[in-house]
Design a binder for this molecule. Sequence first.
Ligand code: PMT
Length: 418
Amino acid sequence: MSLANKNILLGVTGGIAAYKSAELVRELVEAGARVRVAMTRKAREFVTPLTFQALSGHPVATDEADFSQAGHGMDHIALARWADAVLIAPASANTLAKLTHGRADDLLSTVCLATRAPIALAPAMNQAMWSHHATQSNCETLEKRGVMLLGPASGKQACGEIGEGRMFEAHQLLLSLSGLFSTGELEGLNVLVTAGPTREPIDPVRYLSNRSSGRMGYALAEAARDAGAAVELVSGPVALQAGEDIRCRHVDTAQEMLEAVREAIARQHIFIGCAAVADYRPASRQPEKIKKLQDALSLPLMRNPDIISEITQLEDRPFVVGFAAETRAHEKHALQKLASKQLDMIACNDVTDPRCGFDSEENALEVYWPGGHRSLAQDTKPKIARALVSVIAKRYASTHKRGNVTVLKKVKDRSQNS
Ligand code: PMT
């Protein structure tokens, strides 16, 4: 299930099925998702916010919550940006009507207007209300806009009637929701990602490194896995854990990263070099801790191997995506790197912006390939990663024919190495 580490905003609206949403939160949390709950005023007549706060571990967003107070969570814009997906369960007939008309008269409907995340609705209502022409027409409009409708199921209703209008069970909703993240765009392909910084030792206690947290690379590994790829990750020293089903190898230095990449590369269809590899290392590693004897100290440095350039020189090279961390003349430098490193694609980030790039939660990318360009506007790293993986998948598909000799050979290599 690909809900691990996903930010799920659960909207709970007024209906007797609201009691089932408590179980839904528990199952989402068990599946590894980070869950925040937003409740409408009517929903709170059925279940208290305290139930959802206890199960999600976060304060519940309501129209009355005072977001200026510490510990009260996020306002509507912060929630809209935070969510990887919005699930409204139960979604009342009134909610369907409000979303159809783009109303924003409470916190939940405002979040739905403000978010760029996919929205899924689990309708729950009396069968006559569900089959009413107005509700059906609203559903049609919402589906045309890309909103996902999960259910309803048919059966005995709380009001005693029998028919369509029961909210889907928690496990059905989880399954459908995880489908939102499993695009299948990289199904059957092997992807290698590098992430994090390298550490170049000076002496037994000191090293040269940089501020890479590994977040961007780890998010890319998860996005590629969710897109159906078999993912390997070569990671520099970071405080993150690789996602489920991602084979991770930890390294320290650029030389070790190169060796790990060399070992894995023959079985890859796509290589994404997101690591911030140190360009230079101390010419020699002092065996003893350097003593503070002089006022000034020079440290001779030597060039590290360029990992990504070595990979693009291989005869049987994979599709290679590089990153460019730039502080000025971004486009010019990114295009120079695309050409000089013979990359298939490069994702350029502005590392002067403290909200993006190194050690930040968000990023924004300008993606270039020979003859093409795409901007990925500032968003959380997991969302940027999913968007970039989709760009890579489309470009890969347009330059490689599935089922050709190379792809088949690599599939064979992968099975031998698993
Ligand atoms: O880890 P985070 O905190 O989430 O931050 C993400 C990031 C800013 C580190 C990431 O988005 C990023 O930009 N990574 C590449 C950083 C970098 O080293 O950029 P560069 O312009 O110096 O290198 C260009 C490309 O060559 C990169 O793909 C790099 O991996 C590769 N390279 C560089 C040097 C080297 N010796 N070997 C390489 O393979």
